[in-house]
Design a protein around this ligand. Structure first.
Ligand code: 9MR
Length: 369
């Protein structure tokens, strides 16, 4: 039954009166993307521990998903065999539970920030395949069991494939071969049958890498293993990735039947620098590698915003298969990019600037709703 006109008029008057009393609600990222995908941020321990209160407010206002930037990596959470350090990860999970967010665990099996004991025995020699399997199973089971029912999904294996499509020669690969990946997914599913399981990597736009991931995921599915999403990290710059390839990858990963997630989104605004660059000369360093310590020039900022806007259009175009987009941090001041590929760069890669303001391309979107 339609509401009578008089009732509508009264309702409208009441709501106008209510609105006059309150400041208009600030538009938020999570409302803007509500019909499209979860919108997340990677959290560092400063934020969790209350040392970055403005970032904390941003996260609670704008994001509905969080991921652990570092505190769940094996070196942090399992520094010695059988000795787990839970304090940081517990506070991260409590934060997400308290704020009713989709919490993502990062990451169970990764060669980098790997606890040094993991692949070796007391003499430093590689452990046998059976010992490594047992260690993987124990590591995965212990961590996932602790957070069962609280963590929505896990990056089970991270960065397993090189850009040329070959398997990365990690300690896991050296000891177990390609099988370490399906094994990790099997252990993870056994540990928490309700958790979503993801495989995650960077440069996921590259065709050679794409082909191998599509095959790997299809093979795992054919074996009956659970895998819910393929994570494209989404670390970008002013000259990469190729957007056509990026979009082709979204489509190719979705063709496996998995969801696609952009898991670590950021875009470097500074010139791309090779890691092997010689930085001993500070004048060279400042002009080439740290060119904008006091703020991005307007034309560059416009260009960065235009590129981020184009990426956002791509993400929205594929929102039927993209289930989450997570920024790798909250504001420029805390981004890992300030230390990459060398310490001391002043970078501008995230959705919020150093003054905690939403970047123009996204502010425009939110204000035009
Ligand atoms: O942002 C993380 C940074 O604080 C750490 O020092 C670094 C160590 O490897 O890891 C960064 O996060 C990485 C993520 O875990 C996996 N993908 C690449 C991310 C950026 O390096």
């Amino acid at each position: 039954m339609k509401t009578p006109l008089i009732a509508l008029t009264l309702l409208a008057l009441a709501s106008c009166a209510g609105k006059q009393a309150q400041a208009p609600a600030e538009p938020t990222l999570k409302d803007y993307f509500a019909d499209d995908f979860l919108i997340g941020a990677a959290l560092n321990m400063d934020l969790i521990n209350g040392l970055d209160p403005k970032a904390d407010s941003i996260v609670r206002l704008h994001f509905n998903s969080i991921v652990a930037e570092n505190c769940m990596k094996s070196q942090e959470i399992h520094p010695e065999e059988g000795r787990y350090y839970w304090a940081a990860a517990d506070s991260f999970v409590d934060y997400g539970v308290k704020n009713d967010m989709a919490i993502i665990g990062h990451t169970l099996i990764w060669h980098s920030q790997l606890a040094p004991w993991f692949p070796v025995d007391s003499t430093g020699a590689k452990v046998s395949p059976d010992v490594l399997k047992e260690r993987m199973r124990d590591h995965i089971t212990t961590i996932m069991t602790r957070y069962k029912g609280k963590i929505k999904g896990w990056d089970v294996v991270n960065e397993a494939i090189e850009d040329d499509g070959s398997y990365r020669k990690t300690p896991f690969y050296e000891i177990l071969g390609e099988e370490y990946i399906p094994l990790a997914f099997q252990y993870a599913h056994e540990a928490d049958p309700d958790a979503e399981l993801y495989i995650n990597d960077y440069s996921m736009n590259k065709p050679a890498k794409r082909d191998v991931y599509v095959k790997l995921v299809n093979d795992m599915k054919a074996k009956g293993l659970r895998i819910d999403a393929i994570g494209m990290q989404g670390h970008m710059g002013m000259d990469y990735p190729d957007f056509t390839d990026f979009e082709k990858s979204i489509e190719a990963y979705a063709s496996t039947g998995c969801n696609v997630m952009i898991t670590e989104w950021d875009m470097s605004a500074l010139p791309t620098v090779s890691r092997s660059a010689n930085i001993s000369d500070s004048v060279v360093y400042n002009t080439l590698f740290n060119p904008y310590p006091d703020g991005l020039p307007a034309d560059l900022s416009d260009h960065w915003n235009a590129r981020m806007d184009s990426v956002t259009n791509i993400l929205l175009r594929h929102s039927d298969v993209i289930s989450r987009v997570t920024a790798w941090g909250t504001h420029d001041g805390m981004s890992w990019k300030n230390d990459f590929p060398m310490k001391g760069r002043v970078e501008y890669p995230l959705l919020f600037d150093r003054d905690y303001r939403l970047k123009p391309f996204m502010a425009r979107r939110l204000n035009q709703q």
